[in-house]
Ligand binder design. Structure first.
Ligand code: ADP
Ligand code: MG
Length: 342
């Protein structure tokens, strides 16, 4: 067998295989791009669970006409330029792969306008092109990405799509989780033209309670302790459920590192340890926690979908989490809100 160079669309489809599992994964990539663009409002239109249509519109910085083709090209990004940048990356994206990957497994149209452009510009792609046909289009400042017929050309993947309701459920949960990362961004989510979720931008406590309540249940805030703890350049804040407000599964555990939702064994271990003396072994705590850490101390390039991170000082992070939470949880009295500050 001779070795041959794979065609660009296939290369992109292989990359898509790593991160684009279902409509919710497309939504994750596109919402992250909107966050990185500085959007204040994100509108999502979904049809048939996302299999037929995913359209995301933001009011962020937009993309220059000259850059539209690059946005759809592999390994092209505005977010990093060097290894140094990668090692302290603060944006959600940096791989320059999402748009070309998605375009290779769906019908993608990108429309965008920057603040100083007299009009918007539109381009479509299927992940194989090196030349792009860019047309003028009406658009307010910001970007709309439209993704139709996901996996239309990759039947093996399409087969794995579940019922419309299930896929939309994944999309909705994902949007709620991402909304918990950014209280300053407004969201609207429509499914088959029906509004399912509308979250106002702003840091008001009532709005926060609404967002958290939607995911963790209306009682969560009453049944939890507020945590705010800072030490050695690390800050942990958010809410931890009272030991009495436990669950049989770990389904209400949200941990964000620099606003990125992640799963991490070390984090899970530190939190379990903190609850060890006050919660039955089989029960799972409920929490919404945010860790803020110098981006140079955490490697987000550990997983293509960026669901995992590597802490450069794992032990220190573990001990910090444990002691912050242990103090809050052990020191609490039922019905009282504990704020642990240092
Ligand atoms: P990455 O996010 O890793 O850079 P993507 O393929 O997701 O890669 O996007 C490629 C580039 O397109 C981004 O670096 C960014 O410059 C631009 N881009 C994508 N989506 C948006 C958006 N919603 N608003 C502004 N620019 C965007
Ligand atoms: Mg991206």
């Amino acid at each position: 067998m001779r070795i041959r160079q794979l065609p660009p669309q296939l290369i992109n489809q292989i990359a898509a295989g790593e991160v684009i599992e279902r409509p919710a994964s497309v939504v994750k990539e596109l919402v992250e791009n909107a966050f990185d663009a500085g959007a204040r409002q994100i509108e999502l239109d979904i049809e048939q669970g996302g299999a037929r249509l995913i359209r995301i519109r933001d009011d962020g910085c937009g993309i220059d006409r000259e850059d539209l083709g690059l946005a759809l090209s592999r390994h092209a990004t505005s977010k990093i330029a060097s290894l140094e940048d990668l090692e302290r990356v603060a944006s959600m994206g940096f791989r320059g792969e999402a748009l070309p990957s998605i375009s290779s497994v769906a019908r993608l149209t990108l429309t965008s306008r920057t603040g100083d452009a007299p009009c918007g510009w539109q381009v479509s792609a299927d992940g194989s092109e090196s030349d792009f046909d860019i047309q003028p289009a009406q658009h307010a400042q910001g970007t709309t990405v439209e993704v139709r017929d996901l996996f239309y050309n990759t039947p093996a993947r399409r087969k794995f799509l579940r019922a419309e309701k299930t896929e939309f459920g994944h999309v909705q949960t994902l949007v709620q989780r991402m909304a918990l990362a950014r209280f300053d961004v407004g969201f609207a989510l429509r499914h088959n033209q029906r509004e399912v979720l509308r979250l106002r931008a702003g840091g008001e406590d009532t709005d926060r309670a609404e967002r958290i309540g939607a995911l963790c249940g209306p009682d969560f805030l009453e049944q939890s302790l507020r945590v705010d703890f800072e030490s050695c350049g690390l800050r942990l804040h958010g809410w931890v459920g009272l030991p009495t407000f436990s669950r049989s599964q770990g389904d209400l555990q949200f941990f964000y590192v620099n606003r990125r939702l992640i799963r991490d064994k070390l984090v899970g271990h530190a939190i379990r340890q903190a609850y060890q003396d006050v919660m039955y072994h089989q029960r799972q705590p409920v929490y919404v926690l945010y860790l803020e850490i110098d981006p140079a101390l955490v490697d987000v390039n550990a997983h293509p979908a960026k669901l995992e991170v590597r802490f450069r000082e794992g032990r220190m992070v573990h001990d910090f989490l444990f002691s912050a939470l242990h103090r809050s949880i052990a020191g609490h009295k039922p019905g009282q809100t504990a704020v642990a500050m240092e």
